[in-house]
Design a protein around this ligand. Sequence first.
Ligand SMILES: N[C@@H](CCC(=O)N[C@@H](CS)C(=O)NCC(=O)O)C(=O)O
Length: 235
Amino acid sequence: MLDFYYWPTPNGWKVAILLEELGLDYTTHPVNIGKGDQFKPEFLEISPNNRMPAIVDHDVAGDPVSVFESGAIMLYLAEKTRRFMGDDPAERREVLEWLFWQVGNQGPMAGQLSHFVNYAPGENPYSHTRYAKEYDRCIGVLERRLEGRKWIVGEKYSIADMICWPWVLIAKPLGASLDIFPNVTRWRKAVKERPAVQRGVDLGKDIRRSGPPSDQERKFLFDQDASTAQKAQAS
Ligand SMILES: N[C@@H](CCC(=O)N[C@@H](CS)C(=O)NCC(=O)O)C(=O)O
């Protein structure tokens, strides 16, 4: 059995999709990031960066194992089940390249773009443009990678596809067009058509916030510094 600490956002979907693809037995624990659940001391024990997703795996010899950061979680689960990682060392290395590329490039750039599109529209054109261009650059990287390939790593659907896909899914709401990226468009559709992917993206859609965040939610999400977690742990 696995505990899955989750809120329905692109970073949460990555792991939800993998759990569904693997058919693992898991219990979802909503981490309402607009209400400050990410600062609860018991959550910080599992995820010291006060971000979801995170998991706790009880299906291990000895004490339960906790893992935070979507890339680390996906690697852990793929290695545990020996699925969606490729079979030989070369495939595995390529999957790791794209896993690290996602968490070091596409993820942060898309996340910042989302901030300026959804939470500070019109307030800072320089920053908005900077992240819109970086997001576009990352889509271009994927476009070239997918030329002549069905999936990111050759002929096999892997955690590389699952981790890169959620931030491409929402290209349009982020203000980007995929019109000039035929390979990405084809791949986005192929991933979307997988039933496990649909289930992953649907997980918790009923608890998603609809509409702009309240002042209180903005405070939890965007008024963080080093003292925030410290104060939460001390309280
Ligand atoms: N690098 C992290 C990013 C996770 C992340 O940014 N999660 C956001 C939601 S999409 C979060 O938990 N935010 C809570 C907060 O900002 O306090 C990963 O890939 O797991």
